[in-house]
Design a protein around this ligand. Structure first.
Ligand code: AMP
Length: 593
């Protein structure tokens, strides 16, 4: 019965079921419609964004337009700036531009930010001077300075607070008033500042690093006497044995005088090759305050741990351009590796090409640059005569030239063989001559220099070994038997005369054997020093005449007559650097001259 009733569905119920089904169907359709609409609206949104961005892109200016707009907005670069930028890039791309820091400092990331205090102060009256007053003094003395918080210039040794005894020694040497490099350089060094000193040879730059070093050694000795094996406090590095000896002798003079005055004993050491190592070792064992060295022997002593630089607080590189030049650079870097703490670093030179200045500033702490006379410029107290002389007529003309002045006369040649040949020729002609070059042994070199210095011999024939920093008093005449390939060497050579205000003569033989770059540099140097230009140089087609007047010479070597692109020294640098791998293998480096 039940089943039957189940089978039968009343009409009303059937209608209700049909209505329910219809309702559900309608709801499903409505749901689907909503979903569809939602999907459509989101895809429409994406489409509209795409459209929008398309529209934006079409509104943007083209790359070409942007580029030309950028060009228009960029500050205008003058041809001079463009040239300088290109040259800067050339220098920056040079290989082997390592900084002058010890491996220890590089590894630990140590950089020093403040100079070492010394306790020295100028007298109150000088401290009270305004910056403007200091600038007026600098201008009067033709001193150019650069750097932060530069100590004031001081015009008397007394105001620099040197002891009375030092003033007496200076007076006995005829040194009463400081020279320009001393007026500014001594206050800088006495204040403990790092310094780059650019001064022509004979300007008195040696005293600028020697006097403060002696004072510093005395101060250290008074505070805490040196123990055996300790030291040095001060180190001077020179590129040649002769220059090292000369500097050492000056140091000795001052320390002896101070000892006679009742001050503590200061032990200096001359650390150069060719001198018995054992006697040098003995001095170090007793404790040494000051060392004047050449790179080779110094490197030896440090490597074998005979000497240490743990206490060294004062470092001078004399003739720094040559020391940092190829050949010595690695030795100097090795020496730097032995420093254990901050030191006061001084670089001195007559010539200081920009590449060296950039390089050197990395090793110095807030350095002060003191420049008396443009870097690389020749001494204005020298009358420079340049003569065209054929190769075969040189010897004969040399004899004539020797009559121009009274002795002493210095003759320079590029090659050792020429030195020997001329020496022999002059002896045959009865001239009292001696000769010096790198091929002669240490004793021969010493004897020749001392007999020339003492006036026993009239003429010294030499290679450039005698051209750097050596102080021969009262040289009347410098003869360049040949023009050196590098203008720097010419500046050094002629700087042997015309020292400390006295006028000297330099005669240079030129002919077709010299490169045009060398002759152009010489021409510019003569023009700068307002000297007579010989016809052979006047006729040269000078590319620098076509560039702006304001563009200074070669950014690499400082030569005034050529651009860095024509620099033979730069080419030589590249060649040596690229061949270095082989040289290292055979332990080769360019040694001391
Ligand atoms: P330097 O440039 O250091 O090689 O010095 C060259 C020569 O100048 C040396 O013979 C010094 O004795 C001398 N000299 C240094 N300072 C002075 C000075 N203030 N007045 C006169 N002569 C000086």
């Amino acid at each position: 019965m039940e089943e039957e009733s189940d089978l039968y569905v009343p009409v009303a119920k059937r209608r209700a079921i049909a209505a329910q089904r219809l309702l559900e169907k309608q709801r499903a359709i409505a749901k689907q419609k909503i979903l569809k609409r939602k999907r459509r609206s989101s895809s429409e949104q994406v489409d509209s964004k795409v459209e929008e961005s398309k529209e934006n892109r079409t509104n943007l200016p083209s790359l070409l337009v942007t580029a030309s707009q950028l060009k228009r907005d960029a500050p205008e670069i003058t041809p001079k700036e463009q040239l300088l930028q290109q040259e800067k890039q050339m220098i920056e791309q040079l290989p082997d531009r390592k900084s002058l820091m010890s491996v220890h400092e590089l590894a630990k990331g140590i950089t020093y930010t403040d100079p070492l205090p010394t306790g020295w102060k100028p007298p109150l009256k000088i401290r009270m001077r305004t910056a403007k007053q200091c600038d007026v003094i600098r201008k009067q003395w033709h001193i150019k300075v650069d750097g932060e918080h530069i100590p004031p210039p001081i015009r008397s040794f007394k105001d620099m607070r040197f002891p009375e005894r030092i003033l007496k020694v200076l007076k006995a040497k005829g040194i009463v008033k400081p020279t320009p490099i001393q007026v500014q350089g001594l206050p800088v060094v006495l204040s403990g500042r790092d310094m780059i000193g650019i001064a022509f040879t004979g300007s008195g730059k040696t005293l600028v690093f020697v006097l403060p070093m002696v004072m510093m050694a005395l101060q250290e000795e008074i505070l805490m006497p040196i123990a055996p094996g300790e030291g040095p406090f001060g180190l001077v590095i020179c590129p040649s044995k002769e220059l090292a000896r000369q500097t050492f002798e000056l140091v000795q003079e001052f320390v002896n005088a101070m000892e006679e005055d009742g001050r503590p004993k200061i032990r200096p050491l001359l650390c150069i090759g060719g001198v018995d190592k054992k006697s040098q070792q003995d001095i170090v064992r007793k404790g040494v305050h000051i060392v004047v060295a050449t790179p080779g022997r110094l490197k030896d002593m440090l490597k074998s741990k005979i000497m240490k630089l743990d206490n060294c607080r004062y470092l001078t590189l004399d003739e720094a351009d040559r020391l940092l030049d190829l050949g010595f650079e690695d030795d100097i870097r090795e020496v730097f590796d032995h420093f254990k703490a901050q030191r006061q670093t001084l670089l001195f030179s007559a010539t200081m090409p920009i590449k060296i200045q950039n390089f050197a500033t990395k090793a110095l702490v807030k350095p002060v640059t003191v420049n008396v006379g443009r870097a690389g410029a020749a001494n204005l107290d020298v009358i420079q005569e340049v003569d065209y002389v054929k190769q075969e007529a040189k010897a004969f003309y040399l004899l004539q030239c020797l009559q121009k002045t009274a002795p002493p006369v210095l003759i320079f040649c590029e090659k050792k063989a020429d030195v020997d040949e001329i020496h022999e020729y002059l002896l045959l002609k009865g001239v009292q001559a001696v000769a010096v070059h790198g091929g002669k042994d240490h004793e021969e070199r010493e004897d020749a220099i001392s007999s020339f210095k003492s006036g026993k011999k009239d003429v010294l024939v030499a290679t450039d070994v005698a051209s750097k920093g050596l102080d021969f008093p009262d040289i009347q005449h410098v003869i360049n038997y040949d023009m050196p390939a590098e203008i720097e060497n010419y500046v050094h050579r002629i700087g042997r005369t015309g020292r400390c205000g006295k006028v000297g003569i330099a005669t240079t033989f030129i002919n077709k054997n010299q490169s045009e770059t060398t002759l152009l540099d010489l021409k510019h140097l003569l023009q700068e020093a307002k000297q007579r230009i010989p016809p052979m140089l006047a006729e040269l087609d000078d590319p620098m005449e076509h560039t702006s007047d304001e563009v200074e010479g070669c950014a690499y070597c400082g030569g005034p007559g050529h651009r860095v692109g024509d620099c033979s020294k730069l080419e030589q640098h590249k060649r040596i650097v690229s061949s270095r791998r082989d040289l290292y293998g055979s332990g080769g480096y360019v040694g001391e001259i």
